[in-house]
Design a protein around this ligand. Structure first.
Ligand code: F3S
Length: 274
């Protein structure tokens, strides 16, 4: 039988767990659909389960003039929040407190005259949300860059890897008169990455389980693949192919912060049965 080893931290992170609990509780208590601005989490299977329980993603809050709205763990755009307040729509704030911390530091830096840099991916909803609260008066960087500004303040996307963050910060240090840095990478991301890396070094194959649209799962997969070239990114056990496992005796499994533990357990069971 193939030995399967999972990383210690698996299943939803604190912020995703909190968001899922909040919206499910609201949908049950209010007996009406709760609308999330975009999918609540980057995991298509879980989004479908939530849909069946009365949690429905929407793209455009501006078309809404009634119904309950939930802010997802990545946060919300400032204009969306203003619209929700102006319309008096009932809302559930499921923004992860660690994401709010990024926003808090970014606003603090702006208020104190720093040119604000968010180290991260400009397309990621969390980064777009933080930028919107800065009234788009900030820069997003994911590699070395030089800025001519006396005072530069840096925060990071919560799911950024430490290497990219360090690269951005050290490049800015060359030109900044004053550089203030808040490392706001979330502990959950760091721990999962470290555990996955350690595990990848002592197994013959790694499986990284999570949404293909999940930024943290995709980054986790890239990290793992650099150490263990025999690695696959899958969303569910149905993507596993028996031929992958010919001659393999030890498989490691890691998961993204929005991957339900139940899916990981199903993957582990399927692998053991090959
Ligand atoms: Fe929050 Fe960190 Fe998860 S920022 S949503 S606890 S990955």
């Amino acid at each position: 039988m193939i030995e399967v080893i999972k990383t210690a931290h698996i299943g939803f992170c604190f912020g995703v767990n909190r968001a899922v609990s909040k919206v499910l509780k609201a949908a049950e208590e209010r007996k009406e659909t709760v609308h999330t601005l975009g999918p609540l989490l980057h995991n298509p299977q879980m989004v479908e389960i939530l849909r069946q329980k009365g949690v429905e993603p929407i793209d455009d809050v501006f078309a809404m003039d009634k119904g309950v709205v939930a802010f997802r763990s990545h946060g919300i755009m400032k204009k969306e929040e203003e619209h929700i307040k102006a319309r008096g729509l009932p809302s559930i704030d499921a923004t992860c407190p660690f994401v709010k911390r990024v926003r808090k530091y970014a606003l603090y830096l702006k208020k104190h005259g720093y040119k604000v840099v968010i180290a991260g991916d400009e397309r990621h909803p969390e980064v777009r949300s933080v930028l919107s609260y800065l009234d788009n008066d900030g820069m997003v960087l994911d590699n070395s860059f030089s800025i001519e500004a006396k005072k530069i303040g840096v925060v990071s996307q919560t799911t950024l890897d430490q290497e990219t963050f360090s690269e951005v910060v050290s490049s800015l240090a060359r030109s900044a008169g004053e550089l203030r840095v808040y490392n706001t990478i979330c502990e959950s991301t760091k721990v999962r990455r470290a555990e996955a890396l350690e595990l990848a070094g002592r197994v013959e194959m790694m499986l990284v389980v999570g949404g293909k649209n999940s930024s943290n799962t995709t980054k986790l997969f890239r990290t793992v693949k650099a150490v263990q070239p025999l690695a696959y990114h899958i969303e569910t056990e149905d993507e596993l192919r028996p031929e992958w496992f010919a001659g393999i005796r030890k498989v490691g499994i890691a998961g993204g912060t929005s991957t339900p533990e139940a899916i990981i357990d199903r993957v582990a069971r399927r692998v053991k049965n090959f």
